[in-house]
Design a protein around this ligand. Sequence first.
Ligand SMILES: C[S@@+](CC[C@H](N)C(=O)[O-])C[C@H]1O[C@@H](n2cnc3c(N)ncnc32)[C@H](O)[C@@H]1O
Length: 339
Amino acid sequence: MVGIARLTEKQKKIQEYLKTAWELSDRSIARILGVSHSTVGLVRQEMKKSGQFDHLCNDDSEWMNHPYIQANKGLLETLNPRGLRAIKRLDVLDYMMTHPQIKSPCVAQAYLEREKRQKRKDARVVLNINDVDIRVADVRQVGQFDWIRDNSVDLCICDPPWGKSSPVVCEGISKVAATKLRDGGSLLVLVGGSYLPDVITALSSDKRLRYHWLLTCKLPQGSPASVSWLKVQSKVRLVLWFVKGKYIGDIVADYIDRPTSDNTTDKSHHEWGAPEELVSELIRRFTDPGDTIADFTVGGGTTAVSSVLLGRRFLGTDIDAEAIKTTMRRVRRLFGYTK
Ligand SMILES: C[S@@+](CC[C@H](N)C(=O)[O-])C[C@H]1O[C@@H](n2cnc3c(N)ncnc32)[C@H](O)[C@@H]1O
């Protein structure tokens, strides 16, 4: 068998299908691609051996028992990887059940997202404290995030440390975000200018996420003006934008002008607090009320507070128990609790 690094075109195609739907049998993939099932089996074995695809081997087969699949088994054999990704979503399958005139999972997914967006825009969302869950966890340990449902988060925003430890924390963010984001969801990471090449590499380490664009934001009054040891006066904040699969959402402008409020309190809850107006603007541009936002390096809680004020559900973690206490205190206050 040819090693995983030197794949033929046929083997590459098989690998693409396996990456999309590992849970399909060798025979199903063989039928889709018109190859022999033993060839599919060999590519699968090589992928297993390489250890690079361990994240694919979780049991993600619930969709295959869906009544729509049971009644339309032949459909699977007509799908390209994009169609397969769409049909694995239970809400897409439900939609196809109730809209039998729609035969394409990609079309169903597009209609579903449009309907959902419209509903969310029309809805008046009233949150309560149970819509916010914030816990101590180390983002380098993906197992500490089992309490967040896979594929359930609409947007991840993280502001990891900017020093030497940044790449290793970003590698964790990449893995956790790739697992928890819904297909088409975005990961936004506030970054500093140094260590940027390593940070981008680390954030790209989970292949389910792809670098999409760079957003910039003029810094508000009150932010530290310089990175003194590098002799740089920092006037903009950089935000790296990654997407899981194909971006599903509105057109987003990549420049955020000076935030309207003269925010001098960024650092009052955390030494490295992010500008609240920037975070709020990102939330407005990337999500709708009722959506779920996650931050795995929540610090003093800027993302939590902005999410709640804008009617978004929030899931947050930090390795530092004190940071979690500060964030919880701020969030509880928003819901009228005094302690
Ligand atoms: C730049 S601060 C975040 C500040 C936050 N955006 C705010 O506005 O307050 C970075 C945070 O990442 C947390 N952190 C560092 N390493 C981590 C890890 N491995 N897992 C989770 N959090 C981590 C730190 O405790 C710190 O609170």
